[in-house]
Design a protein around this ligand. Structure first.
Ligand code: F6P
Length: 560
């Protein structure tokens, strides 16, 4: 029996927040001047993450009301239900247990859900993946000619791509020398052609990563990669082209990661070379499952275990910390504050760490596929605006591109600034510590956004009066600063878990199922229906609406 969502707008906390917002005139300059303890009072820690919330447009009363809202919508019960393995993914009738993937070996009490010993299953699959990773890393696992593997190509899309590629980039210093990962995701044939075209087939291993093993893009790319492997191995004289030699090539050069091991076998990959997981792991929550196999090969089992431990530390914090100290809860509630009480449409995530350059793209799937919903988990319409657009680029590139709009545009854009104290490459430019200079930008931006620059300050610089308005910075642009000692595997796991839980908290307040993604279905179905028209079927073309028909006609006329 599903607990119906509580309409947040019907709570007394919502009414109080409404009244509070009407009377609130954000004044970060004034608030900081009047309250020397503001920064320390509004800073929280979770695991290795130091999170300064003080430059948000909140007072103590705001936070107290947001925490009350969390209580009134039943956030604690929902968190407990998730960790217990209840089927809180209502529309797919599934449990949501990505947190089980990072429970340490031997965790007590054991997690058994609906008769499944989840801990035992998770550890068994991880050990299988680690054993395979060690064989590849040591050179024991070879291609058909006996050469060790030097390049691993992950073929997947969405959660079966964005997580592994983001983490691989984030943990570059931990990648074993002589091993490289590449990623193929798009069904645009350019992707697979350019990603594998220059590789040596004898030293290449493909991982076909697909939760369902039914995704058109991934299966098409996997077949193209398999054809490439067969052709190039045969051209090199490594196989003779017979059926047996082709099967032997697939056995040595293809492994799979999926919840559908029967479909893996049907593709021709030996189930012995496949790693499994379960329907209670959502695609966008799966990088910590065997979907991370490419990462496990690259960084090794020990670093991968540290990565999982980072997630787990944040999971335990979400599960146990009171909401006024609970970082994911507070950050999720702040996002609700901005979306629903300041009409914020977007949220920037700005990593000041080059290795996190794919983190915003990763977060786009996590947050927007999770919370881009118009109905609640009982099918009734939502009662508020929901998911905001997440976006970002690494600092300082963004500063020279889109920060103008964040500083002086008409829209409020809450932003998270993420940095680490120690860079991967501590270079000096003469006397200057370049990373320190980089971080000076990180500190300067949130300061400028919060406190701005008044007309008096602009005039005091001798600015001509007619230019003064253009040079004024309003300030009161909200930011959260997240700092960590270094970008270790654990810290990367912590950051991912933090945003997973922020997303969940927002979904609970809005009463939506953050774990389904029905909105991607229609486009997939229509693509299959339209495909014959695009390949020249006149009848299928005639059935299309006038705009689609004309667009396809343009394509047919212009293709060579
Ligand atoms: O299209 C949406 C989606 O289902 C995502 O949720 C998922 O991460 C992606 O497709 C890939 O799915 P799969 O891992 O099953 O290939």
């Amino acid at each position: 029996m599903t607990t119906p969502p509580i309409d947040p707008t019907s709570t007394s906390a919502w009414a109080a927040l409404d009244a509070h917002r009407s009377g609130l005139d954000p004044d970060l300059r004034g608030w900081f001047a009047a309250d020397p303890e503001r920064a320390s009072r509004l800073t929280r820690t979770v695991a290795d993450l130091h999170v300064d919330l003080s430059k948000n447009l909140v007072t103590d009363e705001t936070l107290a009301l947001l925490v009350r809202l969390a209580d009134e919508v039943g956030l604690r019960d929902r968190i407990d239900a998730m960790f217990r393995g209840e089927r809180i993914n209502v529309t797919e009738n599934r449990a949501v247990l990505h947190t089980a993937l990072r429970r340490p070996p031997g965790a007590e009490p054991r997690l058994v859900v609906e008769g499944q010993d989840v801990d035992a299953d998770v550890q068994a699959e991880l050990e299988k993946m680690f054993a395979f990773a060690e064989r590849v890393r040591s050179g024991e696992w070879t291609g058909v000619t006996g050469e060790r593997i030097r390049t691993v190509v992950n073929i997947g899309i969405g959660g079966s791509d964005l997580g592994p590629v983001m983490v691989y980039e984030a943990l570059q210093p931990y990648v074993q020398d002589g091993l490289t990962l590449r990623f193929v995701s798009n069904i645009d044939p350019t992707d697979v052609a350019e990603t594998v075209g220059d590789l040596d087939p004898t030293t290449t291993l493909f991982i076909v990563a697909s939760k369902t093993f039914g995704t058109l893009e991934t299966l098409t790319n996997a077949r193209l990669a398999r054809d490439w492997l067969w052709e190039t191995l045969q051209a090199a004289g490594a196989i003779d082209g017979s059926e047996e030699s082709r099967q032997a090539a697939v056995a040595q050069h293809f492994v799979a990661v999926s919840t559908a091991l029967d479909k893996v076998a049907a593709f021709g990959i030996d189930p012995a070379n496949a790693f499994g997981f379960w329907d209670w792991v959502g695609g966008r929550y799966s990088v910590d499952s065997v979907i991370g196999a490419s990462v496990a090969i690259a960084i090794g089992p020990d670093a991968f275990r540290d990565f999982l431990a980072g997630f787990h530390a944040v999971d335990e914090h979400l599960r146990t910390a009171p909401f006024d100290q609970n970082v994911p809860a507070l950050m999720g509630l702040l996002n609700v504050w901005y979306v629903n009480f300041f009409d914020a449409h977007t949220h920037a995530v700005l990593p000041y760490a080059q290795h996190l350059h794919r983190f915003p793209a990763y977060l786009q799937q996590l947050t927007m596929e999770s919370n881009g919903k118009s109905v609640r988990w009982d099918g009734t319409p939502v009662t508020t605006q929901t998911g905001e657009v997440f976006w970002g680029e690494p600092g300082t590139n963004g500063q020279h591109a889109f920060y103008q709009l964040i500083h002086q545009g008409t829209r409020l854009i809450p932003a998270d600034f993420i940095a680490v104290a120690n860079p991967a490459h501590p270079l000096r430019d003469g006397e200057t510590d370049v990373h320190a200079l980089f971080l000076a930008n990180y500190f300067a931006q949130t300061k400028a956004l919060a406190f701005g620059k008044t007309a008096e300050e602009v005039r005091a610089e001798g600015t001509a009066e007619e230019i003064v308005p253009a040079r004024v910075f309003e300030g009161n642009r909200p930011t959260t600063s997240i700092l960590a000692p270094a970008l270790t595997p654990s810290v990367v796991g912590q950051l991912i878990a933090l945003y997973e839980h922020i997303t969940f908290v927002q979904g609970v307040v809005w009463g939506i199922d953050s774990f389904d993604q029905w909105g991607v279905e229609l486009g997939k179905v229509l693509a299959t229906q339209i495909a014959p028209a695009v390949t020249g079927d006149e009848d299928a073309l005639a059935e299309q609406d006038p705009s689609t028909r004309a667009l396809i006609a343009y394509y047919l006329q212009h293709r060579r």
